[in-house]
Design a binder for this molecule. Structure first.
Ligand SMILES: O=C(O)CCC(=O)C(=O)O
Ligand SMILES: [Mn+2]
Length: 221
């Protein structure tokens, strides 16, 4: 037989794997190896999603995002907010942000995600993409303060957008349409072996809000 049979699931792995890890990490995964990404459409119903989109839009302390590019600070049109349990400072691309406190709609989403994933989160990065001309380049969420194999839970409201993951070595690409009200969970070794992106597109003219819940395990710096 070419595949390995794991609790009734046949995988054409062709190599020895830890069966329990395979079962736990990959049964519903979009990735066949080196991590696990699970997608749940309609995690929030359409009416819930529409209401949450508007509440998050209005109650979030949005800021202009900026990156350091060849030593120059550049503002991005995408808006961001960084929320959390306490005054965390989050550093990336040469810039740092201090967490604002949870708002009621964000707390509602966080608690629902925690129940579903059986995982606790102490912070959330929010992104507001006004339309398809705004996106996010290839990167991985591999900050040291997130620990070795972070669980990142991503919830989407508003416009549907394509999300892509690319394997660092093999360069294989996995694409998924992130629908309104969906939940995408990245876990296991995903951040070591895969990078991800939200590509720009001319096909989308509506705004989208994305929330990525994270757990800081080290002392944030
Ligand atoms: O907007 C998205 O779905 C991706 C966001 C993301 O990758 C991030 O905030 O690190
Ligand atoms: Mn990311």
């Amino acid at each position: 037989m070419s595949g390995s049979l794991v609790f009734g699931v046949t995988r054409p792995t062709g190599r020895e794997v830890n069966q329990q890890t395979l079962f736990r990490e990959s049964e519903h995964s979009l990735l066949v190896r080196d991590g696990a990404v699970e997608y749940t459409p309609s995690f929030f119903s359409l009416p819930e999603s529409e209401a949450l989109f508007h509440e998050l839009l209005e109650t979030t302390p949005w800021e202009e995002d900026e990156v350091v590019f060849f030593g120059q600070r550049r503002k991005l049109s995408r808006k961001v907010a960084w929320m959390g349990d306490a005054g965390f400072t989050y550093s990336y691309s040469g810039t740092s942000k201090t967490a604002s406190r949870w708002t009621p709609p964000l707390m509602l989403v966080k608690e629902r995600v925690e129940r579903r994933t059986d995982h606790r989160f102490n912070s959330c990065l929010l992104n507001l993409y006004h339309d398809g001309s705004e996106g996010m380049g290839w990167h991985s969420d591999d900050e040291k303060t997130l620990g070795r194999n972070p669980v990142i839970a991503s919830v989407s409201f508003g416009a549907e957008r394509i999300f892509k993951l690319k394997h660092r070595k093999s360069k294989e690409v996995v694409s998924v349409l992130l629908e309104q009200g969906s939940l995408l969970v990245m876990k296991g070794e995903t951040q070591h072996h895969w990078v991800h992106t939200m590509p720009k597109t001319k096909k989308v003219s509506n705004p989208r809000i994305n929330l990525t819940f994270r757990l800081f395990v080290g002392s944030p710096s």
